[in-house]
Design a protein around this ligand. Structure first.
Ligand code: NAD
Length: 264
């Protein structure tokens, strides 16, 4: 029987280990027939990414530091050689100095502000810029964001400001590339315990708070983000672009949770 991603080829950026959101997305896409390539940052991660790529039938594992233009060019040149055309990309990358992911936003340094915006915001635009040239039959681009872009969340600080800019980039990119049938969307994922998340102050408490307060009374899994990514990256999402889709057990809709105590 035909699968949703049959004949589709795409690049997954931001796989660090089997807890990465990128891995939940890769598994969902591979299960539905997608052919995948992976990029990783730094030689140390290659030995983690190689076996994961093999598990989903991929032998295309390429280095890319998104802070370096030449490194992004080299990645896309390699993909152009290997595949010629590209159908989708997943950008699951973010970075900030973890010393500034605690305490007050007002204390953010200029250097870390610049670095966080460069790696967590501009890199998506830089990658889409290259992907556009290979998406000759249309395409779908996806990035990952968080509720801290919309509302103040403890310790998220400069990353909240960066994610707000990332979400605005999604809208501008969607308009620029829509004429070529290239769609650009973001998933605003609920809190998930990953390497990047463990750098955020009080992360365990934030996870618990989500569990108690989200309409579904739980957090979300990497695989659930993967299933929503499948929707946005496949033909199921063919009329969806410029969107920020919340995959957060409903957390973002709650103003104040109803309390089961009539006398307060
Ligand atoms: P993760 O640590 O597994 O992934 C982060 C990835 O970013 C790593 O693979 C790392 O190598 C990569 N990266 C950092 N700097 C890079 C650079 N200069 N060049 C190339 N790659 C670089 O953590 P994750 O939670 O899976 O994060 C993926 C995305 O999901 C991030 O954008 C994150 O902000 C977002 N997100 C995470 C959560 C959560 O609770 N975990 C919630 C919402 C959104």
């Amino acid at each position: 029987t035909a699968k949703l991603m049959d004949g589709k080829r795409g690049l997954i950026m931001g796989l660090a280990n089997d807890k990465s959101i990128a891995w939940g997305i890769a598994e969902a896409l591979a299960e539905h027939g997608a052919e995948l390539a992976f990029s990783y940052q730094g030689e140390a991660l290659k030995k983690r990414v190689d076996p994961l790529a093999a598990q989903v039938g991929s032998d295309i594992v390429l280095p890319c530091d998104v802070g370096d233009e030449a490194s992004i060019d080299a990645l896309f040149d390699a993909l152009a050689d290997r595949w010629g055309k590209l159908d989708f990309i997943v950008h699951a990358i973010g970075f900030s100095d973890k010393n500034e992911l605690r305490g007050r936003y007002v204390d953010t340094s200029r250097d870390n502000f610049r670095m966080s915006m460069d790696i967590s915001v501009y890199s998506f635009t830089a990658v889409v810029q290259r992907a556009e040239k290979l998406m000759t039959e249309g395409g779908s681009c996806l990035t990952l964001t968080y509720y801290g872009a919309e509302k103040v969340m403890p310790h998220y600080n400069v990353m909240g400001v960066a994610k707000a800019a990332l979400e605005a980039s999604v809208r501008y990119l969607a308009e620029d590339l829509g004429k070529q049938d290239i769609r650009v969307n973001a998933i605003s994922a609920g809190t998930i315990k990953t390497l990047a998340a463990s750098g955020i102050g009080d992360f365990r408490l934030i996870m618990k708070w989500n569990e108690y307060n989200a309409p579904l009374r739980r957090t979300v899994t990497q695989k659930e983000v993967g299933k929503s990514a499948l929707y946005l990256l496949s033909d199921l999402g063919s009329a969806v672009t410029g969107e920020v889709l919340h995959v957060d057990a409903g957390y973002h809709v709650v103003g104040m949770k109803a309390v089961d105590a009539p006398d307060i």
